[in-house]
Design a protein around this ligand. Structure first.
Ligand SMILES: NC(=O)c1ccc[n+]([C@@H]2O[C@H](COP(=O)([O-])OP(=O)(O)OC[C@H]3O[C@@H](n4cnc5c(N)ncnc54)[C@H](OP(=O)(O)O)[C@@H]3O)[C@@H](O)[C@H]2O)c1
Length: 245
């Protein structure tokens, strides 16, 4: 693994579980220093242990991303950030008739407003230093209609839209902003769906669920110099669409 991210500091939101933790480990393997974000201290300690095993420099910064004051405080405590991975997200599926205003607001706050505030707070510093990378974690639900994933998919579609806007805003200063759209992946968050979720894996061309490391690889690529001319793009790590017929 190339140590191409040595000397760079990466903030990964939701790095205490699933795709975020795998991404923190993938970035550490490329030499980055890590700021592990999440809420759960036990999960954070486990992530820090795994990072220490790789010899990575890492620290935990907790914040509830549904609270804008905590998001801004997180950005302040983070200090210099060269790589921002907007990974933390919630997905509480319900059809439109069953979606409460509170559930609607929670998705917007965590999946959309928090990445927005973090980019607002951290991208100017990257721009001033003349380099930086932001990767937003999206989902197939951004473009594929799913019964019950309406509000969730809408937040991810908006995040992909903002990805293109931020790429245009900060690109001239050398800051790249991209997204990775994940397919169905085995994580702590999806474990609750059990066998029903396995069928989501059978619905993609590869005919299986992803492991978090497979999404993390795509995210780390987008953050790395290997993607130095990729800006405003959404990379599908979705196992491929099956053909009709
Ligand atoms: N898994 C999939 O199949 C899939 C598919 C497409 C897209 N995605 C996207 O990939 C990302 C990660 O998904 P995942 O499956 O890895 O999730 P996960 O296993 O449920 O882990 C979620 C992470 O986000 C953090 N988090 C959640 N709500 C938070 C809040 N209000 N404040 C602070 N941190 C919060 C959690 O922190 P704590 O546990 O410490 O509280 C945890 O680290 C999400 O954006 C999701 O939408 C996932």
């Amino acid at each position: 693994m190339p140590h191409d991210l040595a000397g760079q500091t990466a903030l990964v939101t939701g790095a205490t579980a699933g795709i975020g933790r795998a991404t923190a480990l993938a970035l550490a393997a490329r030499g980055a220093d890590l700021i592990v974000h999440g809420r759960d201290e036990r999960r954070a300690a486990d992530a820090l242990r795994r990072l220490a095993d790789l010899g990575a420099k890492a620290r935990f910064e907790p914040a509830d991303l549904s609270d804008p004051a905590q998001v801004n405080a997180l950005a302040e405590r983070a200090g210099r950030v060269d790589i921002l991975i907007n990974n933390a997200g919630i997905f509480h599926f319900a059809r439109t008739a069953d979606t409460t205003p509170a559930a609607f607001d929670a998705h917007i706050a965590v999946n959309l407003r928090a990445p927005y505030l973090l980019v607002q707070a951290l991208a100017p510093g990257m721009a001033a230093r003349g380099h930086g990378a932001v990767v937003n974690v999206s989902s197939g639900a951004a473009r594929t209609p799913g019964l019950g994933s309406g509000v969730y998919g809408a937040t991810k579609a908006a995040l992909e839209s903002l990805t293109r806007v931020w790429a245009a805003e900060y690109g001239p200063a050398g800051v790249r902003v991209n997204a990775v759209a994940s397919g169905p992946t085995r994580t702590e968050g999806t474990a609750v769906h059990g066998e029903a979720f396995e069928s989501a894996g059978r619905a993609v061309a590869l005919q299986r669920l992803a492991d978090p490391e497979e999404i993390a690889g795509a995210i780390a690529f987008m953050a790395s110099a290997d993607a130095s001319y990729v800006n405003g793009a959404t990379l599908d790590a979705m196992g491929g669409l099956p053909a009709l017929g």
